[in-house]
Write a protein that binds this ligand. Structure first.
Ligand SMILES: Cc1ncc(COP(=O)(O)O)c(C=O)c1O
Length: 394
């Protein structure tokens, strides 16, 4: 018999599985070009050709396939540290970098390393729902902080939610699902509140920054490099989105030397990598990302998709904020019950994720990492959809 915890997770998983199955069924029935599936955050852009070349080159060099240090290859970690230093004027070396199995693996390793049972971990609404599961994996307690109408954190609520049990806060920048980028100003406010609370409770509170979308930003917007704003920061990065290789499972964790208990923390992260069963990040992929360290796939395609979708939705009469980064658009549901809205949208072969899946009811998430043609063809359908909703409201 499976555990009670897993029973609950299996039950909840069926919502996501249902949507996936629904998409497949609709494609079979109506053809790929007539289904407007905005549900999944799976990169639609090809990886840069350098990725395949680096895989072949790494294989031809017949380097070792053996176990290694749990933190990963030292030369790869040095290359990543140097790249960060060049791009963000930081001061890392290999000891600050631990290779991980994507951001999902990295977040679990970090949370395993710092959470004691009943420790509280703060998340900012709207947030990537897996955080809930990851925190629960280590018997932590998730605490949600409200946001304003621009999806910026409510700083008063944030300050009020910090207690002597707070171990960490997870932020995600650029943000899934809202598409916003937290500015220097927002990061400074978060850092100031954390610093004040650390001294009030005389303890370390970690700021975990989940950054798989770091490079996917538009209109020249800057994503502040978080370790420069607060000492007890841990960055979790992934190549899933920037190089379009989510199935390959590769990323890294940054622990800055300034973090409290740095030596212990680094050792804990390395041991967590081992005992969670990852042992080390995939060897081949470590060599590949080292060769592609400053590259991304062609982000301009996401920008074009964003513009077509955003302008199209606005022209139909929908309300949404223009995304600044990632590949998600978080749109206000024209009716209060966004789940009902998603249900009606299915009649037009439009698939979206309800905002309640991100603790933010009243909104829907559209992942625009899809074919431009699908987006263009979806706009008249969105128009029909809002017309139906208007009639329904009368
Ligand atoms: C906000 C956020 N964090 C983490 C992840 C996990 O990414 P990875 O493929 O690197 O594990 C995702 C994936 O969609 C995400 O959106």
């Amino acid at each position: 018999m499976i555990s009670k915890n897993m029973k609950e997770l299996v039950k909840n998983n069926s919502v996501i599985r249902e949507m996936f199955e629904e998409g497949k069924k609709l494609v079979k029935q109506y053809g790929k070009d007539n289904v407007y599936d905005f549900s999944l955050g799976d990169p639609s852009i090809e990886p840069p050709s350098n990725v395949d070349e680096a895989i072949i080159e790494s294989l031809n060099n017949k380097k070792s396939h053996a176990y290694m240090s749990n933190s990963g290859y030292e030369d790869v970690r040095t290359i990543i540290a140097n790249s960060l230093n060049r791009r963000f004027e930081t001061n890392f070396d290999m000891k600050n970098i631990i290779m991980s199995v994507g951001a999902a693996g990295g977040l679990n390793v970090v949370l395993k390393s710092i959470i004691d049972p009943d420790d509280e971990v703060i998340v900012l609404i709207p947030y990537f729902m897996e955080y809930r599961n990851y925190i629960k994996n280590y018997n932590g307690k998730i605490i949600e902080v409200k946001c304003d109408e621009n999806f910026e954190p409510d700083m008063i609520d944030f300050e009020n939610k910090i207690t002597n049990k707070t171990k960490a806060i997870i932020i995600n920048n650029p943000n899934n699902p809202s598409g916003i980028v937290y500015s220097k100003n927002t990061i400074n406010k978060i850092a100031d509140i954390l610093t004040k609370k650390e001294s009030e409770y005389n303890k370390s509170i970690y700021l975990i920054s989940d950054e798989p979308y770091r490079e996917i930003v538009y209109d020249g917007i800057e994503v502040p490099y978080i370790t420069k704003y607060y000492n007890n920061t841990i960055v979790v990065y992934s190549y899933s989105k920037s190089l379009s290789i989510p199935g390959e499972r590769i990323g890294y964790i940054v622990v800055p030397t300034e973090a409290d208990d740095f030596e212990d923390l680094i050792e804990a992260v390395s041991i967590s990598t081992r005992i969670l069963g990852f042992v080390n990040a995939p060897a081949l992929l470590q060599r590949v990302v080292a060769k592609c360290v400053d590259l991304t796939s062609d982000i301009s395609e996401y920008k074009r998709n964003r513009d077509v979708l955003y302008n199209g939705l606005i022209s139909c009469g929908y309300e949404c904020k223009k995304p600044q980064g990632a590949f998600y658009l978080f749109m206000k549901s024209p009716i209060k019950d966004e789940k009902e809205f998603c249900k009606i949208a299915k009649k037009y072969n439009i698939l979206m994720v309800p905002g309640s899946s991100f603790a933010c009811p009243g909104y829907v998430r559209l992942a625009y990492c899809t074919d431009l043609k699908i987006i263009e063809n979806s706009i008249p359908k969105f128009k029909e959809l809002i017309e139906e909703i208007k009639k329904y409201e009368k």
